[in-house]
Design a protein around this ligand. Structure first.
Ligand SMILES: [Zn+2]
Length: 87
C-alpha cells in the first residue's frame, strides 16, 4: 500500500477537497480506495474516490457533465433550426 496522501484543500476542476470522507471498498473486496468530501463551485457537496480526482475523471459534482450535455443539445437544436429555415 502506498502512503496516505492528504489532498485536503486541493482543487480538481470545480471541486475543492474538504477532507477525508471514508473508504470505498470495490465489489471484489480487494480494491480499497479513499474517498474525499469535496465542495463543487456550484455549491453542492459530493464524495469522490481519490483516484478519480487524481486521474481527472471527476472534476465536478456532476453539474459540469450536465452543462456540457445541455450545451451539445442546444448546438444540435440550433443546427436543426437553421436547416428548417433553409439557411
Ligand atoms: Zn457542481
Amino acid at each position: 500500500m502506498g502512503k496516505l496522501i492528504d489532498i485536503t484543500g486541493q482543487r480538481f476542476g470545480r471541486l475543492t477537497v474538504l477532507g477525508r470522507a471514508g473508504i470505498y471498498r470495490a465489489p471484489d473486496q480487494e480494491t480499497i480506495c479513499l474517498t474525499w468530501r469535496c465542495r463543487c463551485d456550484c455549491g453542492n457537496e459530493t464524495v469522490v474516490i481519490g483516484n478519480n480526482l487524481k486521474h481527472g475523471y471527476t472534476k465536478s459534482c456532476g453539474c459540469l457533465r450536465k452543462e456540457i450535455a445541455s450545451e451539445r443539445m442546444r448546438a444540435y437544436h440550433d443546427k436543426r433550426q437553421r436547416t428548417a429555415d433553409g439557411i
